[in-house]
Write a protein of this length. Sequence first.
Length: 546
Amino acid sequence: MPRPCTMPPAMALLLCLAVLSSGGGCEGCRDDERATLLDIRGQFNYNSSLDWNSTATDCCRWEGVSCSSRTARVTGLDLSMLHGIASSTGLLNTTMFLPLQELQDLSLSGLKIQGCTPGAGFEVWSKLHRLKVLDLSYNGKLMESDVPSLVAISSLRSLFLNGNDFSSNMTIQKLSIMKVDTLDIGKNDIKGTIPTDICNMRDLQVLYLSDNLLFGEIPSCMQNLTSLRILGLSENNRLIVKFPSLIFAKLTSLEKLSLVNNSLEGVLSLSSLQNHRQLTKLELASSGNNFHVQTENPATNLPAQIQVLVLRNCNLNGNSGIIPSFLLHQHKLEFVDMSNNNLSGNFPSWLIENNVNLSHLVLGSNSFAGPLLPSKVHTGLQWLDASSNRLSILPVDINTTLPNLSYISLSGNSYKGNFPSSFSYMNSLQYLELSYNNFLDDIAAAFVGNMLNIIGLKLSGNHFYGSFSPNILLPAVKHLLLSDNEIAGKIPEKLCDSLILMTFDASNNKLTGLLPTCISALSELAILNLRENSLAGSIPSEVCGL
């Protein structure tokens, strides 16, 4: 057992005296930095949820504050926990932070900052010579005109500006002279093409331009950003990416490439990425139909450490129905989405069996048939979407083989017979979608067992009959869709106990009786569809209060 580290009393006294002489106290952080933190807190109209005690001597123990173990000076400040509750004046007094001379990491995410006080822009922080990480994300109304002053902070290495409603691609251009290795300017409304100036950022390792309104082609000079480990360009529907592409072939340091919902064109042979030995996340999904991914000719030999694979709407292997064979050698998959590719054959349960860490499997809108389950228990899978296939064999033991599923979508298949009772005994299940199959059962069977955690239940387009149980209990349900069945009887008043119900669609059934007046208790109700039934009486005036 290692001996505890001890310090002679004389040395401890000397250390304490040294801290005192620098303006601090033996208890921890410096007095002046503690006062600075309290002033900063005041600017954001301190909310009691931030547990800072002005009488506590050691501010290094305060929530969101990090200090050097050697000097006890503040090195990190994270105020993002005030997101949604801060109510600042909108203009940030940047000079207030200057006493924190050792500050390296500053997060002001989601604090409703609109800009800087006149005469003191972000360039003031150039005096914080150790500031490396700055997070100004999700401020919403942050004035885009203040952003260029950030280039004065030469020490910065990571800059987060996502979620700020920026609109001009000139913002990207003006930031391109910075020497940062991480730049996230995604989730804005930036319009225009990607400026070629970005190719000058040779130190970039992480670049996110996702969720904007960028269009045109990706600049070919981006192939020179050879230090890139993560490149996120997703959700720019009009951004054109043409294959084959030298850009991505040369970025061999990539660990993540995300091109989801872009205008992908041409043919990508995944074999062109087999030299990307660090690649763990590959996300491809075209917003159009002019993109093809080829995995078999020539055969793909991607590194065996892929964790996230999205190949959605990619006309895989020319719509031949062939499942990529390289997946047989992948054993670290966590997220797989190969929906809308016309894949056929038996459902690939081996994907679940081979990957113990698989949590999300999305294979909807294909042509799979056969049984659904792996041959052994898999405790990691949480999300299973096999909707719009040709599945007809539903295992009776899904609750024991995949016990931790929280989301199941099997809509648009060919299942028939009774409602599978196994679903009613899955404790983690929150969303169950079985619409547009051929189930034939009493609707009461769908509400037997443990349904306390169900948030979404979608059983439309089947042959459910009978009436609701008067004691129906769905305390967590938000979306209840039962349209296009043969359900009869009254709408039970007990349904009004589902206080967070947002959608109730029981249209095109055989319901009778009155609409319960207790519906006024459903304050979250946004969609109520009861057309094509045999309801009687008047619409309760209480509906007007929703």
